[in-house]
Ligand binder design. Structure first.
Ligand SMILES: Cc1cc2nc3c(=O)[nH]c(=O)nc-3n(C[C@H](O)[C@H](O)[C@H](O)COP(=O)(O)OP(=O)(O)OC[C@H]3O[C@@H](n4cnc5c(N)ncnc54)[C@H](O)[C@@H]3O)c2cc1C
Length: 149
């Protein structure tokens, strides 16, 4: 059973055609009209490619239309854990990809004039239990030193 989505219930619907495949040949056929497919199609089209996008259901109708709307940097996994698993360099670049992703969202929102109330509001990470605190302190130290002062 699917949950209701505030975004889907209030956003204007995207006009689509019913045909399964584009009538004209295209340079690139993008499968899936979520954030990934839509931003890829946009980037390709802006570079001059002819692009068609196929969506099996509703554009933005799956994860992209059902999320919390928080555009955070950082990883769900603890940064020290990332360093332990992949080494400092990979962990750093992994983390920085997230910064770039937030920048990309801001850039697209601005260049496409998307009315979505995007704003940078900062982020707070809290210890939910006393035993989480030491880990947060270690992560904070590692991040401040290595990647994100
Ligand atoms: C409940 C929830 C909360 C979340 N909260 C956040 C959040 O606060 N912040 C955050 O950054 N991320 C959040 N996420 C994650 C984020 O929403 C997803 O990472 C992102 O939307 C994925 O986008 P996508 O385009 O890759 O996938 P999707 O949005 O799922 O798009 C894939 C599309 O492809 C279509 N498709 C699949 N197969 C085919 C096919 N064969 N032919 C044609 N079309 C096809 C699907 O119908 C779908 O529309 C959340 C996710 C969920 C589910």
């Amino acid at each position: 059973m699917k949950s209701a989505s505030f975004w889907l219930d209030t956003a204007p619907t995207v006009s689509t055609t019913e045909s399964a495949l584009p009538e004209q040949p295209v340079d690139v056929l993008v499968v899936g009209g979520g954030f990934t497919g839509l931003s890829s199609a946009l980037a390709l089209a802006k570079r001059g490619a002819s692009v068609a996008l196929c969506e099996a259901g509703v554009v933005g109708g799956e994860a992209s239309g059902r999320n919390g709307g928080q555009c955070n940097n950082g990883t769900a996994q603890d940064y020290s854990g990332l360093v332990a698993a992949y080494g400092e360099q990979k962990a750093q670049s992994f983390y920085q990809f997230y910064n770039q992703a937030v920048d990309s969202v801001e850039r697209i929102v601005s260049s496409e004039n998307i009315d979505c109330d995007f704003r940078r509001a900062g982020k707070i990470k809290l210890a939910a239990k006393p035993e989480h605190f030491d880990k947060l302190v270690r992560t904070h130290e590692a991040l401040t030193k290595a990647v994100d002062p």
